[in-house]
Design a protein around this ligand. Structure first.
Ligand code: HH2
Length: 261
């Protein structure tokens, strides 16, 4: 088993599904990010736009207003920026971000690929069916793992064609982005289909409602315990990067799983 890396989530948003409003003050967000690194995060993922089901997009000015003051206070901290906007990515990379986490997989903003390539930055390509506003309306697949893998393979080729080093790209099945709970479970169960593309796989299962709904059909979030169980299951199937809200607990759970493996 590859040594897992934990990516701590810092949502600088009023409306994120599980931590909306918690990190709106830049000083609070930056302190939380530093704590995550002390707790064992390899990188912190700073985002200024919620992509929860049903969310509306935010303007460029608003996203910059949320994210830039936090990044200014995170000099020397390994940072990823969760954005689909090239201008936000450009400012974040200037401020020292190392990775761009684009949930649209370079389909949203045609200038983003060039900005990542020119900066020599790392990139996460994530699968999403549809867009956040509508993506949970009856998603259907013939073969969810095969279709997600085919999409990511095509997006990886697009990124490499745009000049992004293949070794700098990780792939993400996009848990909860246009998938039912059972489709999310199947993607993790069959992670080998994604690993066959030859790139590290990142998963975001933290607090996602698919795991909460195992216990309460109306749950909007998953518990910490359910998140840890899902992360360990993904780790055992070869995922190597874990995007999480609760860093210390995931570092410990994944270390325990790794010691046994
Ligand atoms: N999930 C969310 C946001 N960004 N990026 C990647 N690569 N993978 C994910 O699974 C992923 C992601 C949604 O979670 P969160 O950031 O907690 O919520 P919100 O989008 O409401 O801010």
């Amino acid at each position: 088993m590859q040594r897992p890396a934990v990516m701590g989530i810092v949502n600088v948003t009023p409306d994120s599904f599980s931590d909306g409003g918690v990190h709106l003050d830049p000083a609070v967000a930056a302190a939380a990010a530093r704590r995550m690194v002390e707790d064992g995060a390899a990188i912190v993922d700073v985002g200024g736009e919620s992509t929860r089901p049903g969310s509306e997009s935010v303007s460029l000015d608003e996203e910059l207003r949320r994210v830039v003051p936090v990044l200014e206070q995170l000099q020397g901290v390994p940072v990823s920026v969760d954005t689909a906007k090239s201008e936000v990515a450009r400012r974040a990379l200037e401020l020292g971000a190392e990775l761009v986490n684009d949930v649209t997989a370079l389909r949203g903003d045609s200038d983003l690929a060039g900005i990542v390539a020119d900066a020599g930055a790392y990139l996460c390509l994530m699968h999403m069916r549809g867009e956040p506003r509508t993506m949970q309306l009856d998603p259907r697949y013939e073969d969810v793992a095969g279709e997600v893998a085919a999409f990511l393979e095509e997006r990886l080729a697009f990124a490499v064609d745009a000049g992004i080093a293949e070794e700098h790209v990780c792939l993400d099945p996009g848990i909860g982005f246009g998938k039912t709970a059972e489709q999310n479970f199947e993607l993790i169960r069959r992670l080998d289909v994604l690993l066959a593309l030859g790139r590290p796989v990142l998963v975001g299962v933290s607090r996602k409602s698919s795991f909460g709904r195992l216990f309460d059909p109306d749950a909007r979030t998953g518990s910490l315990a359910a998140s840890l169980g899902a992360a360990v299951a993904a780790c055992e199937r070869g995922a190597s990067i874990f995007r999480v809200h609760d860093v210390r607990e995931h570092v410990e759970a994944l270390a325990a799983a790794g010691a046994i493996a």
